[in-house]
Design a protein around this ligand. Structure first.
Ligand SMILES: Cc1cc2nc3c(=O)[nH]c(=O)nc-3n(C[C@H](O)[C@H](O)[C@H](O)COP(=O)(O)O)c2cc1C
Length: 171
């Protein structure tokens, strides 16, 4: 199974990036071939500007992936701006792919913000979401390390279910 893990935050100390790394570690031990993308390293242009070579490459990687895991930070109770740019510019060939969401937020009350990403992916590309997200806030980290047992347990569960269902959907 080829899984693309897209960390979409541009923040220097991105917490959703840390969640992406943690899930990649678990999936790799299960034999999943993970390709990790760190949006901080991409040159990107917003919609209606020329698509950059980095964005074209990402669009091709999305096309080739069996399934996709998206890391997002919450901005204004919704997806962060860089993720919206990548969705608009690179997801045309994500149609019907299985996907999962890893989310970092400032506050616990923002947990439903991932629904905007669910809506975009399901309505625009008929993608199917793993019905479990990993959601974490500042208090779940200490010096950029995940220290919450609950979040660590959630990462294990998410990875196990993503792996099991992802493989079944390919069979
Ligand atoms: C412009 C902006 C808007 C934000 N809006 C929210 C918000 O509506 N709700 C919330 O819980 N956190 C909000 N935050 C906090 C981020 O979700 C938090 O810093 C999180 O760690 C971002 O993910 P990242 O570290 O991967 O970038 C906002 C942060 C920024 C910079």
């Amino acid at each position: 199974m080829n899984t693309l893990i897209l960390s979409s935050s541009l923040a220097k100390n991105s917490r959703s990036y840390i969640l992406c790394q943690a899930v990649e570690e678990v999936l790799t031990t299960k034999g999943v071939h993970c390709t990790s993308i760190d949006a901080r390293l991409l040159n990107m242009n917003p919609c209606h500007r020329d698509i950059t070579p980095d964005m074209s490459h990402l669009a091709e990687q999305i096309k080739q992936a069996d399934n996709i895991i998206i890391g997002m930070g919450v901005h204004c109770y919704s997806v962060n701006d860089s993720l919206k740019i990548l969705l608009d510019g690179c997801f045309a060939d994500a149609t019907e792919k299985f996907f999962g969401i890893l989310c970092a937020a400032g506050g616990e009350r923002s947990y439903l913000s991932t629904m905007h990403l669910t809506q975009i992916c399901m309505n625009e590309w008929r993608m199917m979401q793993l019905p479990r997200i990993v959601f974490a806030t500042e208090k779940d980290f200490t010096e950029n390390i995940i220290t919450s047992d609950e979040v660590l347990e959630r990462i294990e569960l998410f990875s196990e279910e993503f792996h099991t269902i992802g493989r079944k959907l390919l069979a």
